[in-house]
Design a protein around this ligand. Structure first.
Ligand SMILES: NC(=O)c1ccc[n+]([C@@H]2O[C@H](COP(=O)([O-])OP(=O)(O)OC[C@H]3O[C@@H](n4cnc5c(N)ncnc54)[C@H](OP(=O)(O)O)[C@@H]3O)[C@@H](O)[C@H]2O)c1
Length: 210
C-alpha cells in the first residue's frame, strides 16, 4: 500500500520503518523534506521511501497518517486540499503542554475535530495508545500488544486494521469515531503510568476476552 506519513518525528519514523518492513511504500510529508534529519528518517525506511512537501506527499497515497503535534493539525489539514475519501489515520493526543492532561474530551475528541477539519477524508483513530518503543516492537513474549482503532467508515477501518497488523499489534475495533472520546483519555492513562508512576515506555495495553 502507498502510505503518506505527515510528520517525521518519533511516531512517523517508527511507523514508517515498520510499514516499509511489511512491504508498504512510505512517503513522508515534511515542512523540510530535504533536511538532514528527514533524509535520515527516509533512509531507515529503505529504498522505496521518500520525503516531499505535505500536499505532494498525499497526492497518490492510499492512506495518510497524521503524526504531527495537535496544535499543528488544523492548519496542516487546511493546506492539503480534497482528500477524496481516503483513510486519514489520526494518532494525535490533544495533550496540554505540561502533559498534565488533555485539552478536550467527554463531549468531543481530537479525532472528531480532525474529521471536521478534513471533511473529505475518512478519519480513523489509531496508534495513540502505545509508545514509540512499543510501536517498534509490539510483541511481549507470545502476546501482541492491543491497538484500539475507531471510525465511522468500514472500508477505511479495514485498511487501518491491516496497517495495525502490519506493525505487529493485535487490532481491536472500538466502534465509531466517538469512541476516540475514550481512546484519548486512555492514552493519558498510559502517559501517567509510564512517566508519573515510572513504569517506563516499554509497557502496553492488552485486552482479553472469553
Ligand atoms: N511519542 C509518542 O510516544 C506518541 C505515542 C502515540 C501518539 N503520539 C502522537 O503522535 C503525534 C506525533 O508525536 P511525535 O512524538 O512523533 O512528535 P515529534 O517527535 O515532536 O514529531 C512531530 C513531527 O511533526 C512535524 N511538526 C512539528 N511541528 C509542526 C508544525 N507546527 N506544523 C506541521 N508539522 C509539524 C515535524 O516533522 P517535520 O519537521 O518533518 O515537518 C515533527 O518531527 C503527536 O500528536 C502525539 O500526541 C505520540
Amino acid at each position: 500500500m502507498r502510505i503518506a506519513i505527515l510528520g517525521t518525528g518519533s511516531v512517523g519514523a517508527a511507523l514508517g520503518a515498520r510499514w516499509a518492513q511489511a512491504g508498504n511504500a512510505v512517503t513522508f510529508g515534511s515542512r523540510q523534506p530535504l533536511s538532514e534529519k528527514v533524509l535520515e528518517v527516509v533512509e531507515l525506511c529503505g529504498p522505496t521511501a521518500r520525503a516531499l512537501a505535505h500536499a505532494e506527499a498525499v497526492a497518490d497515497a492510499e492512506a495518510i497518517l497524521l503524526a504531527i503535534p495537535w496544535q499543528a493539525a488544523r492548519q496542516t489539514l487546511g493546506e492539503l486540499g480534497d482528500l477524496g475519501g481516503r483513510p486519514l489515520i489520526d494518532c494525535i493526543n490533544p495533550l496540554l503542554s505540561d502533559l498534565s492532561g488533555i485539552e478536550l474530551g467527554h463531549s468531543t475528541s481530537a479525532a472528531e475535530q480532525i474529521a471536521s477539519w478534513a471533511p473529505s477524508a475518512r478519519v480513523v483513530k489509531a496508534f495513540n495508545t502505545a509508545s514509540v518503543k512499543v510501536m517498534l516492537d509490539p510483541r511481549f513474549g507470545e502476546q501482541r500488544a492491543t491497538m484500539f482503532y475507531c471510525g465511522d467508515d468500514s472500508a477505511a477501518k479495514a485498511v487501518v486494521q491491516q496497517l495495525i497488523a502490519d506493525v505487529g499489534f493485535d487490532p481491536v475495533d472500538a466502534g465509531s469515531l466517538t469512541s476516540a472520546r475514550y481512546l484519548e483519555p486512555l492514552a493519558m492513562l498510559y502517559i501517567h503510568l509510564a512517566f508519573r508512576q515510572k513504569w517506563g515506555s516499554n509497557c502496553a495495553f492488552k485486552i482479553m476476552k472469553r
